[in-house]
Design a protein. Structure first.
Length: 160
């Protein structure tokens, strides 16, 4: 049976930390579905299609990836896709509370679905999409934090 995982997230926008997790997950599973949450309630900087395009461009060299978006419950989407695992990245200990809550809630609803945590490279341990958005907004340097296409897209958003 092939082992398929979902790597879900907001990816607003994708950072080098996300790419690092995707690269690690791709080594462990037969297929990884990178799935963008299309939450209409949340104010996002990039649209779902923009976020997906940036993810695709940033991970073009990584094999066995699929790209998608979803709304509603993650466990329902996972059942629909017949996946065995959810992948989440852990950066620092403070991530654990929220991730633990989510993983345990999802386990209550879907006991057969495992959440697998992958630790990001230490050099990305402080990195987040919101921090990158703030830096870009005030014209800070972001090139070392995000793939080139993302840096260009952010610069375009805040040009002028
Ligand atoms: O990148 P993020 O914003 O940390 O990702 C959070 C995400 C998308 C994994 C989480 O919000 C989610 O799974 N949302 C879908 C709705 C859902 O299933 N909520 C219950 C989780 S316990």
């Amino acid at each position: 049976m092939s082992k398929i995982a979902i790597y879900p997230g907001s990816f607003d926008p994708i950072t080098n930390g996300h790419v690092d997790v995707i690269r690690r997950a791709a080594c462990l599973f037969d297929k990884v579905i990178v799935a963008v949450l299309s939450n209409v309630d949340k104010q996002n900087m990039f649209t779902v299609s923009e976020r997906l395009a940036l993810i695709k461009a940033s991970t073009a060299d990584i094999p066995r990836l699929e790209y998608d978006s979803f709304d509603g419950l993650l466990v329902d989407y996972a059942a629909q896709k017949k996946v065995t695992a959810i992948v989440r990245g852990l950066r620092v200990v403070s991530d654990f509370d929220y991730e633990f809550q989510m993983a345990m809630t999802n386990r209550q609803i879907a006991p057969q679905l495992e959440t697998v945590f992958l630790m990001t490279d230490a050099k990305y341990s402080f990195l987040s999409s919101s921090l990158v958005r703030q830096l870009a907004q005030f014209h800070g340097t972001i090139n070392q934090f995000v793939p080139g296409v993302v840096a260009q897209a952010l610069e375009k958003k805040f040009r002028g």
